[in-house]
Design a protein around this ligand. Structure first.
Ligand code: AMP
Ligand code: GLY
Length: 423
């Protein structure tokens, strides 16, 4: 089979490595992929947002099955366009991807169908938002409506900070049209859990839970990033909480999308906060998380391609979706300076993959035989073991073997989870 994966980061590398386990995969393309992914797939220089070029490539190669991984092409309708020329795809259509593409849409959906989430107000002009902030409870959370490269959420500790966020989103258009509407919501507290779930619009098959580490520095200090590391499973996510989430969040969400005529097929990402008043939705994503995928897929025992095809054709109820009882830890190695200013082009030497861990490349270029860093998050170094303490140890041991002088990583990925396990 000829398979094509749209995207070019660590998440896509994890998807590609997993797809390759299926012996029926004879040709595997990544659009655009990256210098590290090139070891596992044929990289084609087509940007993930260039829908016309993606469609013509798929047609020319007679691709049998496509996986659209990043949010942008999903929201822009890549799956719709590929389906139109008869190519089956893993991923939601644009009308369902809106669950991530518009926070106003997702908040209104949750309100309408009684799905637990932070209480909120929507504003379409800055004057009303600023007036509301004069009396709103503090801290508060200001969110740009549309996609903003993961930077559209500001947790404001003071009124002034919240107002500055509104001004930069709505008046200075920091995120362009994404900030023309904002959501201002209640600040929630509690452990966060990421749950990725396969769904074909009929059934939901959650994957093993995980925990992201969003801040750049140890002890959750420093700037927010796309994610500096993950562990799975998340010890806060007990079987009882999983059952509650299925009843109060996962199934109601699938139902709600069906009722709205926006059936969701693909991977639905539930960003949850376990509050004193029960689990609540912090955000939905219409795709696999990055770097959650780098710990979730290595623990998947079932065949990914089979599950993805069943998801796309509506037969997920008959598919086996199983995960191992082990644990995984992924430590992101980023360029020094990330998420602010950083430099690229540093040569890297990576240890070989082995049974207890491997490296997913998120940002790299090839220069002949040399692998050069390219981008903010560069590597995802994953350790796999029977339990979390060992998985963490294995990931960090592998990090020590990476040669990349401009790289940095957090030294405490998984520490919070270990503490939770000890309590
Ligand atoms: P998002 O981009 O929606 O994932 O938000 C980024 C991060 O902001 C989340 O992972 C949470 O840590 C935090 N966050 C978002 N919404 C809230 C909220 N209502 N209360 C507290 N923290 C939040
Ligand atoms: N790791 C968070 C995300 O993928 O949105």
């Amino acid at each position: 089979m000829k398979i094509m994966v749209v995207g070019g980061g660590g998440r896509e590398h994890a998807i590609i490595k997993k797809l390759k386990e299926n012996p029926n995969v004879t040709e595997l393309y990544a659009l655009p992929g990256n210098g590290g992914i090139a070891a596992d797939a044929i990289c084609v220089d087509i940007g993930a947002k260039d829908i016309p070029a993606i469609v013509s490539f798929a047609k020319e190669k007679a691709i049998d099955f496509a996986v659209v991984a990043p949010d942008d092409p999903l929201v822009l309708g890549a799956v719709d366009a590929l389906n139109e020329i008869g190519i089956p795809c893993f991923g939601p259509e644009a009308k369902a991807a809106i669950i991530e593409g518009s926070k106003v849409f997702s908040k209104n959906l949750m309100k309408k169908y009684n799905i637990p989430t932070a209480s909120y107000e929507v504003f379409t002009d800055s004057a009303s938002a600023l007036a509301y902030l004069d009396t709103a409870p503090i801290p508060t959370v200001v969110k740009a409506d549309g996609l903003a490269l993961g930077k559209g959420v500001i947790i404001a500790q003071t009124r002034e900070e919240a107002k500055a966020a509104v001004r930069s989103m709505m008046e200075d258009k920091q995120f362009g049209e994404s900030g023309s509407r904002v959501v201002i919501e209640e600040f929630l507290t509690g452990p966060e859990v990421s749950v990725l779930a396969f769904t074909d619009g009929h059934v939901v098959r959650p994957m093993v839970s995980s925990m992201d580490h969003k801040r750049a520095l140890d002890n959750d200090e420093g700037l927010n990033t796309g994610g500096m590391g993950t562990i799975a499973p998340n010890p806060y996510y007990t079987p009882e909480i999983a059952e509650e989430c299925m009843k109060t969040i996962f199934l109601p969400t699938i139902d709600a999308m069906n009722k709205e005529g926006r059936t969701f097929k693909g991977c639905l990402y539930f960003g949850l906060m376990l509050t004193e008043n029960g689990p609540k939705v912090i955000e939905y994503n219409c795709r696999f998380g990055d770097p959650e995928t780098q710990v979730v897929l290595p623990l998947m025992k079932s065949d990914l391609l089979t599950v993805m095809m069943a998801t796309a054709n509506g037969t997920l109820a008959d598919a086996e979706v199983e995960f191992s009882d082990g644990a995984a830890c992924c430590v992101i190695v980023a360029s020094k300076g990330y998420p602010a200013k950083y430099e690229s082009g540093f040569e890297m030497k990576l240890p070989a993959d082995s049974a207890d861990g491997w490296i997913y490349v998120a940002g790299a270029k090839r220069d002949g035989d040399r692998l050069l860093s390219a981008g903010g998050r560069v590597l995802g170094v994953t350790g796999i073991a029977g339990d979390l303490p060992q998985a963490i140890q294995k990931a960090y041991k592998r990090v020590e073997k990476v040669e990349f002088e401009n790289g940095y990583c957090r030294s405490d990925i998984g520490a919070r989870a270990l503490k939770a396990l000890q309590n």
